[in-house]
Structure formats: C-alpha cells, structure tokens
Design a binder for this molecule. Sequence first.
Ligand SMILES: NC(=O)c1ccc[n+]([C@@H]2O[C@H](COP(=O)([O-])OP(=O)(O)OC[C@H]3O[C@@H](n4cnc5c(N)ncnc54)[C@H](OP(=O)(O)O)[C@@H]3O)[C@@H](O)[C@H]2O)c1
Length: 189
Amino acid sequence: MSSEGNATGSRVTLHVVSSLDGFIARKDNSVSWLDVNGKVYEAGVSISQEEAAAFVKAIDCYVLGSRTYQHALELGWPYGETPTVVVTGREWPPARESVEFYSGDLETLVHMKLAPRFRNIWLVGGAMLSQRFLELGLVDEIRLTIAPVLLGDGLRLFGGLLKEARWDLKNVVAYKNGFVELSYAASTA
Ligand SMILES: NC(=O)c1ccc[n+]([C@@H]2O[C@H](COP(=O)([O-])OP(=O)(O)OC[C@H]3O[C@@H](n4cnc5c(N)ncnc54)[C@H](OP(=O)(O)O)[C@@H]3O)[C@@H](O)[C@H]2O)c1
C-alpha cells in the first residue's frame, strides 16, 4: 500500500513499543521495562487523558498475532470494545464479543475483510505478525515508540526481516517521560 493507504482510504499503522536496542518483549514476557522511571525530560511534551482517549477512540480496529492476544488477555485486555482481529491458525474459545479470529492469507485479510469496514487499522504486534505484514507491503505507517531502556535480550521486532526497505520519517515526538515516538511512512521512492 502507499503512504496514503489503499483505494478505500483505509490505512494500516504498525504500532509497537521497543527498547532502545530493538526488543519488544523480554524472554519471560514481563513488562516492567515499560514502566516510566519518574525522570522528566523537560523539553518533552505530555498528553492529557482526554487527548489520549480521543486518540484511542479514532482507532477503528486492532490486528494482533495470537501470542500477543494471549498476553493481552493475561494483562487485562487493553483494547476495550474496539473490533479486534486475532490472526491464528488455531481454534480459540470465544472470549470477547469484539474479537474475531482469522486464519489465512494476510493480503485477503487487509484488502477484502478490513479495508471495506475500517479506515484506521492498527497492527499492534507481535514481532512475527508485524514482519509478515511488512514483507507483504501491507503496512502504510510505522509508529515506533522507543522506551528509554536497554534490555540486552528478548524478542527482536525486526529480527526476521530479510529485505532492506526505505521508510520516510514523518514525525518525531519526545515525551516528558523519556519515551520517543517515531512515525514513518512507506517510501514511495
Ligand atoms: N512492546 C510491544 O509494543 C509489544 C506489542 C505486541 C506484542 N508484544 C509482545 O510480543 C510477544 C508476542 O510476539 P510474537 O512475535 O511472539 O507473536 P505474535 O506475532 O503476537 O503471534 C504469533 C502467532 O500469530 C499467528 N500468525 C502469525 N503470522 C501468521 C500468519 N501469516 N498466518 C496465520 N497466523 C499467523 C500464529 O498463531 P498460531 O500459532 O495460533 O497459529 C503465530 O504463532 C509477546 O510477548 C507480546 O507481549 C509486545
């Protein structure tokens, strides 16, 4: 897809939080590395709860791999009632009304199932599913939030990618809590 999304106007944004050294999960799956350390980066911005809520409300659909789904259930489900598609080759017991399971071709998922129904589609991991989406050219925007921590080991976000690909920097936001959000659009060059 192009940086403008596809013909229906829908866009797929890959959003994940990474450590400084490129990991999105510890080997034991613990998430304390995502906690803020209380240090303030004075030149950074902060967003109000209302702004954060409005931002989340604008997301029409989440897409996640089954391991991320499993972890999200354990953590207490951060996706509310927003429609969520879990990509899996397995049968799962129904857990929430907003969740549907999909197994099959990812291009069909995006172009035939999601694009006609949703505009602002957020792919939220994990690494395996994100890499497949990237390899297939199904991501319009990468939003990478960098946490101020080196993990040394864990699950690499881009570890399995085989091809070089250029992306255009679109925005950088530094937050008071030391996290930095980098936004890139798929390069059309
Ligand atoms: N830091 C962050 O922002 C962030 C974000 C998301 C996730 N995470 C972490 O990342 C870890 C999970 O990531 P992960 O890379 O191990 O797994 P994942 O991408 O969440 O899930 C992998 C699973 O998705 C299914 N899948 C992937 N590609 C598929 C395809 N083309 N067709 C059909 N099914 C497909 C398969 O499920 P089946 O085995 O069921 O067939 C596969 O085992 C967790 O620790 C999670 O907490 C971190």
